[in-house]
Ligand binder design. Structure first.
Ligand code: LLP
Length: 426
């Protein structure tokens, strides 16, 4: 493992003489150099979050497959790949990104309910570690594509364990009512079919019960249900090489106190050992907990608009840059980059987009003037990866801070690039 990596948590953003900085670099300097809105990531924070997983798994056969939907910038993927990380992908596009970033396709698991034949063929050609199957139809499709290309596909079944992760309904995935995974009762018959197919090799089992989980109890419940299946399969001479517990660990946005990766992994390992499965490779698919705290969205106040019922700070980032508040009613911390004097008011912090849903934070107390910089914290996950070009807005720049150095890892889109793929009728 890379010796730069330490399991000690790194705070990506802290104040230096009252001014917010990322690692050693003032956010003011980043805004001056790259403009706003800009996503700012800390290399050390990403690497230390990853190291927290690998340190807890030390001495065991294991693989952490970063759920790259959380943040798929090539620089992020490349740093993680260099540290030995694998990847959880959900599309052919994500697999192509892993390869472009220097990731090892043999450490890739492919999740998702709607894989296409073309995506499956590409993943087979890249020799990925396994397909996390989500339906009978998908198993049949994988067998068909593997047969046609003369390959053998490694598969795992994504079990829907029907446990309640007690999280936002949009991001809970392991309930019977969700579209994800194979219903618990249908799992053994599916494995039997897979085991009998000539172009499929059964290698594992997996589950992912949801996101923003701040309690280990639902993980343990899901683990017990998975281990019951592992035992049932062994009784039928279907031996699995790995157990993948998915991702989902929450981060601290406001006052949440999610367990550390080590706590979750320790509890799961105890369960696995107690059930006699120490030999199995343990896998995880964390997304948010690897990159979330490592990133902030830097934005500038454009207009201060006092109102009769509400006061608004109109900033230069909008819901197209960061959709989590409007989509999930998510609370994200907003901090002034420089603390200023002046009178404090209660503001809704909104973007320039023509939608009332275009808000980033509500009822925050701060003193602000046009030109001030604000940082929205915890934005490293599901920020840029969910950004759009709504209102013909080019997406934000992304920069990575590495000690005293700053690298632009995605430049700001130009307006011409937004319509470059379009054409008019003759
Ligand atoms: N594995 C699978 C199969 C997943 O579907 C996901 C996330 C993960 C792993 C990683 O979960 P995480 O560790 O990041 O919680 N856009 C939402 C979150 C959607 C999560 C989708 N699946 C948000 O901004 O809160």
């Amino acid at each position: 493992m890379n010796t730069r990596l330490a399991a000690r948590p790194v705070e990506a953003f802290a104040r230096q003489d009252g001014k917010l900085a990322c690692e050693g670099v003032l956010l003011e300097a980043i805004a001056d150099r790259f403009g706003t809105p800009t996503y700012v990531y800390s290399r050390a924070a990403i690497e230390s979050a990853f190291a927290a997983y690998t340190a807890a798994l030390q001495g065991r056969p294991s693989l952490v497959c970063y759920a790259m939907k959380a943040n798929s910038n090539l620089a992020v993927l490349n740093l993680l790949a260099r540290a030995g990380c694998g990847f959880d992908v959900v599309s052919g596009g994500e697999l192509a990104r892993v390869i472009a970033a220097g990731g090892n396709p043999r450490k890739v698991v492919f999740s998702g309910v709607g894989k296409t034949e073309a995506e499956i063929a590409r993943a087979l050609a890249a020799e990925i570690l396994c397909f996390n199957l989500e339906s009978v139809a998908e198993l049949e499709m994988v067998e068909r594509v593997a047969a046609a290309t003369g390959r053998r596909a490694r598969v795992s079944v994504r079990v829907n364990p029907d446990v309640d992760p007690k999280t936002h309904p949009y991001i809970s995935t392991g309930l019977r009512s969700n579209k994800f995974g194979v219903a618990y009762a249908d799992t053994l018959p599916l494995y039997r079919r897979a085991a009998a197919m000539p172009h499929v090799e059964v290698v594992g089992i997996d589950c992912h019960i949801g996101s923003r989980i701040s309690d280990i109890a639902p993980y343990l419940e899901a683990a017990d249900r998975l281990l019951d299946l592992v035992d049932g399969l062994a009784g039928e001479c279907i031996e699995l090489a790995h157990i993948d517990f998915g991702g989902g660990l929450d981060i601290r946005y406001r006052d949440e106190r999610p367990p550390a990766a080590a706590e979750l992994i320790g509890a799961l390992m105890a369960r696995v050992d107690a059930r006699g499965h120490r030999d199995k490779m343990l896998m995880f698919e964390p997304g948010r907990s690897i990159v979330g705290p490592a990133g902030a969205l830097l934005t500038r106040v454009n207009i201060v608009k006092p109102g009769q019922e509400k006061n608004f700070l109109v900033v230069d980032a909008g819901m197209n840059d960061l959709v989590r508040p409007s989509l999930y009613d998510a609370w994200m911390e907003v901090q002034p980059v420089a603390q200023r004097g002046g009178s404090v008011h209660t503001y809704d912090i909104v973007g320039p987009i023509c939608e009332s849903g275009d808000w980033l934070a509500r009822e925050r107390q701060l003193a602000a003037e046009p030109g001030d910089l604000l940082a929205i914290l915890g934005a490293g996950a599901y920020g840029m990866s969910m950004a759009s070009n709504y209102n013909s807005r080019g997406r934000a720049a992304e920069v990575m801070v590495d000690g005293a150095r700053v690298y632009e890892v995605r430049r700001r889109e130009t307006v011409e690039e937004l319509f470059a793929l379009e054409s008019i009728l003759p």
